[in-house]
Write a protein that binds this ligand. Structure first.
Ligand SMILES: Cc1cc2nc3c(=O)[nH]c(=O)nc-3n(C[C@H](O)[C@H](O)[C@H](O)COP(=O)(O)O)c2cc1C
Length: 171
């Protein structure tokens, strides 16, 4: 099983990237092949602009992936412009793929914001979502790391379920 981990935040101090790295480590520990895409390092442009080499690269890596883990920060109760742009411009290879969401936010009240990503993935590409979102806010982290405790446990559950169900869907 080959899992693409798409970290969509452009922030140098991204918390959703920390979640993505933790899941990458966990999946690798279970023998899952992973590919980590960090949009912070990619040059992306909106639709109807000439595509960049990074966008060609991202499209190819999405095509190659069996399934995806998407890391998002909440922006204005929704997904960020960087993630929306990546989906709008490079998402064609997502059709039918299994995916999971890792979300960082400023507060608990925005927890339904991940549903916008769910809607896009389900309605546009008929993707199937792992019914477990890891949603974390600033105080769940210690110095941009996942401390032992509740968040670490939820990430571990995500990793185990994603690997198990993802593997079954490929069988
Ligand atoms: C433009 C902008 C809008 C935001 N809107 C929300 C919001 O609606 N709800 C919320 O809980 N946090 C909001 N936040 C806080 C981010 O979700 C939070 O900083 C999160 O850690 C961002 O993810 P990242 O650290 O991976 O970049 C916003 C942040 C920015 C920069």
């Amino acid at each position: 099983m080959r899992t693409l981990i798409l970290s969509s935040s452009l922030s140098g101090r991204s918390r959703s990237r920390v979640l993505c790295r933790a899941v990458e480590t966990g999946l690798r520990g279970l023998g899952v092949e992973t590919d980590f895409v960090d949009l912070k390092d990619m040059e992306m442009v909106p639709v109807h602009r000439p595509v960049t080499p990074d966008m060609v690269d991202l499209k190819a890596r999405i095509h190659k992936a069996d399934n995806l883990v998407i890391g998002m920060g909440v922006h204005c109760y929704s997904l960020s412009e960087s993630l929306k742009m990546a989906l709008d411009t490079c998402g064609e290879g997502l059709e039918g793929k299994f995916f999971g969401i890792l979300c960082a936010a400023g507060g608990h009240k925005s927890y339904l914001s991940t549903m916008h990503l769910t809607q896009i993935c389900m309605n546009e590409w008929r993707m199937i979502q792992l019914p477990r979102v890891v949603y974390a806010i600033g105080k769940d982290f210690t110095d941009l790391q996942v401390p032992p405790g509740e968040l670490a446990d939820r990430l571990q559950m995500f990793v185990e379920e994603f690997s198990r169900i993802g593997g079954k869907l490929l069988a």
